[in-house]
Design a protein around this ligand. Structure first.
Ligand code: AMP
Ligand code: MG
Length: 315
């Protein structure tokens, strides 16, 4: 006789609510594993958040223009991965977009927002780009080539945290469950006891109560990015929190972009990149990387309804 059980636990971190749904035989064991995974999450937030002045990333931002800064090995690997993803997406995803995120007012909660001038944007864009970040593999150090360069892991950190939590849960013998970092990234471990995959919904970027579609996931991650999640408003227009690092302007054209692949770090970075790249460039990316699928919601006229573009799925 089996006594399958499921535990569901939540923890606030990285500006959202992380949730674990873990399936197994022993409730106490699942709860212990979940608590350990949350401890790991807190450690990662303390290391990676630009909102925490004592975080390692804040230290790097404050010091790396003065000289090489030694970086903890796992964070160093993450930054190398981020640099590779930036190259792969033609710079649409770029963790050095930090100064642009600040310029557009997404690094504070202030209400008085004015649209930056083209001159201001042009000045800041010069400081953005992974070419400003030099890696020394042997020493595990990085340095910035000039002052004013800043890293912001907001587009990859939650996915990375999900990945680290999943690997800890695997080590603790948890085989099945869902690990999610807010609505941004979810990883499906194996499948639920009564099905051969997890069914995960993607919410409408317009009306959060509606689902635009569902995806079946097994040992796969789904990440979603959208300007609707955080935005500033001026002159009756909304400016979303994902910025095209090449132009310095908020991404437009898509209301939401989702990426599905096996590694949650990568799906998180790619959903952000796809929001910037738009439909055709995302198609090109998925053609070149057949382990990645995408679901895009192009902007539409009020009243005409959402059109959902699925790339890499059998329709
Ligand atoms: P996400 O919700 O994963 O798309 O991440 C969005 C967050 O990443 C923003 O709030 C910024 O902190 C940061 N960000 C904005 N634009 C970019 C970009 N093009 N590449 C990398 N990070 C970005
Ligand atoms: Mg992202």
């Amino acid at each position: 006789m089996t006594n399958d059980c499921t535990v569901r636990m939540k923890r606030r971190a990285m500006g959202c609510e992380f949730e674990l749904v873990l399936c197994g035989r022993n409730r106490e064991h699942l709860v212990d594993a979940a608590n350990e995974a949350f401890e790991e999450l807190v450690r990662l937030e303390e290391q990676m958040s630009v909102f925490i002045p004592t975080s390692e990333i804040s230290y790097i931002n404050a010091s790396a223009a003065e000289g090489p800064v030694r970086v903890e090995p796992r964070l160093f690997d993450l930054l190398r991965t981020a640099a590779r993803l930036s190259r792969e997406t033609d710079g649409a995803f770029d963790v050095s977009a930090g100064p642009l995120v600040k310029l557009w007012g997404f690094s504070n909660n202030s209400d008085d927002f004015t649209i930056p001038s083209e001159d201001e944007i042009g000045e800041i864009v010069k400081r953005v780009g992974m070419s400003h970040v030099e890696f020394d593999e042997k020493e595990s150090t990085i340095r910035f080539d000039s002052p004013g360069v800043e890293l912001d892991l907001g587009a990859i950190g939650k996915g990375y945290a999900v990945r680290e939590m999943v690997s800890l849960l695997h080590e603790r013998g948890v085989a099945a469950g869902l690990v999610s970092g807010g609505p941004s990234t979810v990883y499906a471990m194996a499948s639920p006891p009564d099905d051969d995959a997890w069914t995960v919904g993607i919410r409408s970027p317009v009306n959060r109560a509606d689902r635009i579609t569902t995806v079946r996931l097994k040992n796969q991650a789904l990440s979603t990015s959208g300007g609707h999640e955080r935005f500033v408003e001026a002159d009756g227009r909304r400016y979303g929190h994902v910025i095209d690092p090449r132009t310095g302007h908020p991404a437009h054209g898509l209301l939401a972009a989702s990426a599905v692949t096996s590694d949650p770090t990568r799906s998180d970075a790619l959903s952000t990149a796809f929001l910037v790249l738009g439909v055709e460039k995302t198609r090109e990316y998925c053609r070149a990387h057949d382990d990645v699928r995408a679901i895009l919601v192009p902007a539409y006229e009020p009243g005409s309804g959402a059109n959902v573009v699925r790339i890499g799925f059998e329709q």
